[in-house]
Design a protein around this ligand. Sequence first.
Ligand code: GLY
Length: 413
Amino acid sequence: MSSPPHTSSPAPDVLVVGGGIIGLVTAWRAAQRGLATALVDPEPGGGAAQVAAGMLAAVTELHYGEQTLLALNLASARRYPEFAAELADVTGHDLGYRRCGTLAVALDADDRAHLRELHALQQRSGLESEWLSGRECRRLEPMLAPGVRGGLRVDGDHQIDPRRLAAALVAACERAGVVVHRAWADRLALGRGGERATGVVTADGTLLEAGRVVLACGSLSGRLAGVPEDVLPPVRPVKGQVLRLAMPRTHGPLLHRTVRAVVRGNPLYLVPRESGELVVGATSEELGWDTTVTAGGVYELLRDAHELVPGITELPLTETRAGLRPGSPDNAPMLGPTGLDGLLLATGHYRNGVLLTPVTGDVMAHALTTGELPEEARPFAPGRFTAAAQPAHPAHTAHPEIPAPSELSEQSA
Ligand code: GLY
């Protein structure tokens, strides 16, 4: 078999596979540390960030059994102000970063009991949140339904516009000298008798060589051909349908902060942007690579959102879209070196990709420059799944069929 053609330029220190926000922040931070860095993705800045609402919700999105992840989420939340300021400064982009806080509300007795439990968990975890009566919730957000029975005010959970974040990271990478290959990575290239990752081969057969390869393809991270099964990340796609509506600018804001609820067991959030966009999300569906927007998904989101904020049915519905969260077996990301020499992971961020962007960039830059994970990221080493990892989805077979870019809207992380 003839070997694939090489690119003529010298091999970079690092090649990041995947140009979603996680791949981009990894490439940006690596380049800032002086590493010659390249990135491969057919559409850098695309991926799940094009769908995500952008809540920075370490406190309101806390779940039982995720205390370890909470520490990383909080570490990233603390970095956000400086991270956003630096990114805005180097690119001149407005990131839509709003330090507006979040209100999580309950509509019936079951939802209220659920919220009380969440409050207790937050308090046990030393997090700041304040219980409010229904009346106090409506005083903060007058457009809430009269039936709201109580809520949690969390002033530390903010938001950013993930589309703007992704565009700014593309610009930051360009300014930092990251070489971007607009191509589909087809398979991992191996050297030293299959014992070291040496680059990737793209769909047109070009070999892109690099000192190290970082796999950051979001929900597709488990599908790159050529990755040995024992280091293939156990990532699965978890579909989320999200709506976008337009709020009128004439009568003051419809909502002042992010509003969340669990409506009859379904998590719901409404994220109002300064631009006038209102993001309503999200379904959570285990349907493989399906990104169809369904009548049922849109109906349920609108039905629940209407129960929470009746006035939303007056608004123009401007967009419906589905994205794929990169789910991992413990809902936490996989960061850093794998058991294959030269191959690192930055994937599996599941519900927290936007929140975890700053800390992921720092962790990966540290791992790429020192070979070690910083203390805060040690619980997220990919090796934690090596012994126990079982295919959670048919995609996790040794040589999965890789979907063509046109079949998937979400290649990137
Ligand atoms: N973090 C919001 C979501 O995953 O829907």
